[in-house]
Structures are given as structure tokens and as C-alpha cells.
Design a protein around this ligand. Structure first.
Ligand code: NAP
Length: 317
């Protein structure tokens, strides 16, 4: 079968379309004919060899997809660790969910990682219940996880603040429901949060930049606020002087979907809520651009340059 192979660790240039042996499911797995793949920041890190647990190359890329079950033809969207960007893939039965009616494969491939991650960020922030009126700062608000977090925050009645490098991206997320866009190229977001909240700060920050941004995000929270750390897109080691936490009784919480996805009760409770919102038509993945699998290098480059809006999707069949 045709697959996108990481031939050695490096940038988008290491990706090659190759013929590889067919995927074969273990008893707890489904075999899926893949139609589309969702590109994640983690795919860049995987290709570079910087994602925890990545096997040695050559390996097939991709962690998120939509397609049809090989036996029966049920439409599913799924989450795996590697090997999703291929004509066929295997996925644990617990990590494949039915595609909402009328959704395209591209939309379905853009759902699992972004929406489960955003859901768990609100869960870790303690904001799934009684959230109305709470304030959240979402970094990279115009990205895949960011646009999912805005949709969930809107349902929860949250006052949302979000950062991006681009006015154009902020205007588009504004249409999704983001109330306060902050262009960090033009103004310091710590000061902006201070100004916009009359000096009070936010209840939670969704932090995925790393480097100095962990400490800066702690400065944005109000008393007992929480910073949810779930990435380091700058590539810089997260920095935090923990003394900053004392003053406000603030806390920092880690979030890693790869780890949580093995926790079945937790995933089931998340899906119960997400599927209710889906059935009510309240969630819809935001797709910025679709590339054919043959142009995967361009897709990875777009994400590497931080120029994407919403989700980048690869069309596979
Ligand atoms: N822990 C988990 O389980 C988990 C799950 C999913 C994602 N994540 C993390 O969440 C973050 C977002 O992931 P995503 O897939 O949704 O990507 P994304 O947000 O769609 O794309 C990354 C965005 O980050 C911003 N950015 C800021 N500094 C950047 C830099 N130095 N290089 C590249 N982009 C930069 C850019 O937006 P602006 O220009 O608008 O700032 C860019 O569009 C990543 O750090 C990812 O690793 C973690």
C-alpha cells in the first residue's frame, strides 16, 4: 500500500511516498481504509525525532485520520500514534469514533486530536462545570487545538482571550466566538491581559509555546488560576520560577493526549460529552487547507512556518 514514510529524522524533506507492506490488525484493533489525515504539530516533532517514543525511521507518519472500516464499511475517525498517513491503517477499537452524518472525511480527520485535547484542557482547568463567566487565555488560538478550544469555550459560556501572530487569523477566530484577540507581535500579552481584565487576570491559560511563555502565562492568571501546559511549539525548554506560584496560589497542570488516551473511562466520559455537542451541531472542525498526500511536504512546511489557520488536512483517497 502507499504510505507517507519518514525516511530519516529531519524536516519536511525527509518525507517520501513509498510502497510499504499492508497493515494487519491485532484482535483489539480495526483495519481502516483511510480517506483523509489530520496534520498535527506532533507530526512535525515526530519527523524531527523530537516526539517521545518515536520508533527509529523508516516509519509511516500520521496520528489522526478518517476513513471506512475495512470490514463493514462503517465511517470512523480515529487516533493512533503513527502510521495514519497511508492507504490503510490500524487503530485500537476504543480510539475510533463514528463520523457525524453529513461530515466529509476531511472534517472527520480534523476532529479527534484537537477536540479531545481542548476538552481535556477545560477539564484540567476545572472549567467544565460552572464555567460561565470564567476567563481563559488560549495561546495559538487560531490553530487546530485553539479553534477547537474556542468552540468548546463558547458552549461553556467562557470569556476567551487568544493570542496569534496575525490580525487576519484573529479576525477569523473572532467569527467563531473569540471575544478578545491579542496580536503578540504588536503587544505584550501579559500587559494586554492585565488591561483587558482590569488587572484581575484569567482563570486559566492553555499554554503550548514553552520557553519563557510558561512563566509569562502564570503572570496572566488570577488568584488560584491554573496554567495547563501541553506543548512547546517554540522548541524552547519551558522556564518557570515556581516562586511565582506562591503569591496567587496558582498551579501548573500537564496534559498529554497520548497518555490520557490509554485511560478508557476518561476517554469515554470525554466522548460522551463531545458526542452530545456533535449531535447538537455545536462543534465543527475548522479546516484551513487541504493538501493531496503527494504534497505532504508543503503541508508540513506550512505548519512549520506557523502560517496555518485551523487544521491542515491531507487527502489520502
Ligand atoms: N499535549 C497534547 O496532548 C497535545 C495535543 C495536541 C496538540 N498539542 C500541542 O499544541 C500545540 C498546537 O498544536 P496544533 O497541532 O493545534 O498546531 P497549530 O496550533 O495548528 O499550529 C501551531 C501554531 O502555533 C503558533 N506558533 C507560535 N510559535 C510558533 C513557532 N515557533 N513555530 C510554529 N508555530 C508557532 C502559530 O500560530 P500563530 O502564528 O497564530 O501564533 C501556529 O499556527 C502544539 O504545541 C502541539 O504540540 C499537544
Amino acid at each position: 500500500m502507499k504510505a507517507l514514510v519518514i525516511t530519516r529524522f529531519g524536516g519536511p524533506e525527509v518525507l517520501e511516498l513509498q510502497q510499504v507492506p499492508d497493515a494487519h490488525p491485532a484482535p483489539e484493533q480495526l483495519l481502516v481504509k483511510v480517506e483523509a489525515g489530520g496534520l498535527n504539530f506532533a507530526d512535525l516533532l515526530t519527523a524531527r525525532g523530537g516526539y517521545a517514543g518515536t520508533p527509529k525511521p523508516p516509519l509511516t507518519a500520521g496520528r489522526e485520520f478518517a476513513g471506512r472500516e475495512d470490514s463493514g464499511g462503517r465511517r470512523v475517525m480515529g487516533y493512533t500514534q503513527w502510521a495514519a498517513f497511508a492507504e490503510k491503517t490500524v487503530v485500537h477499537r476504543n480510539l475510533a469514533w463514528p463520523v457525524p452524518e453529513n461530515w466529509t472525511a476531511e472534517q472527520a480527520a480534523a476532529f479527534p486530536v484537537n477536540f479531545f485535547t481542548a476538552y481535556f484542557a477545560y477539564w484540567k482547568a476545572g472549567l467544565l462545570e460552572k464555567a460561565s463567566g470564567a476567563r481563559v487565555l488560549i495561546h495559538a488560538v487560531a490553530g487546530g487545538v485553539g479553534t477547537a478550544a474556542v468552540q468548546i469555550g463558547k458552549i461553556l459560556g467562557i470569556e476567551m482571550y487568544g493570542t496569534s501572530s496575525s490580525e487576519d487569523k484573529l479576525a477569523r477566530v473572532g467569527e467563531l466566538g473569540l471575544q478578545h484577540g491579542i496580536n503578540y507581535k504588536q503587544r505584550d500579552y501579559v500587559q494586554a491581559i492585565k488591561d483587558l481584565t482590569s488587572g484581575e487576570g484569567v482563570d486559566a491559560v492553555f499554554e503550548m509555546l514553552g520557553g519563557e511563555h510558561v512563566g509569562k502565562s502564570v503572570r496572566c492568571v488570577r488568584d488560584f488560576g491554573r496554567v495547563i501546559v501541553y506543548g512547546s511549539a517554540t522548541g524552547e525548554i519551558p522556564q518557570l520560577d515556581t516562586r511565582l506560584l506562591y503569591a496567587k496560589g496558582a498551579s501548573v497542570h500537564g496534559l498529554w493526549l497520548s497518555y490520557l488516551s490509554a485511560n478508557r473511562p476518561l476517554m469515554e466520559s470525554a466522548w460522551k460529552q463531545l458526542s452530545e455537542w456533535l449531535a447538537a451541531g455545536k462543534l465543527l472542525p475548522v479546516i484551513g487547507k487541504v493538501f493531496p498526500l503527494e504534497q505532504a511536504r508543503e503541508a508540513y512546511t506550512l505548519m512549520q512556518e506557523g502560517k496555518n489557520y485551523g487544521k491542515i488536512v491531507l487527502k489520502i483517497a
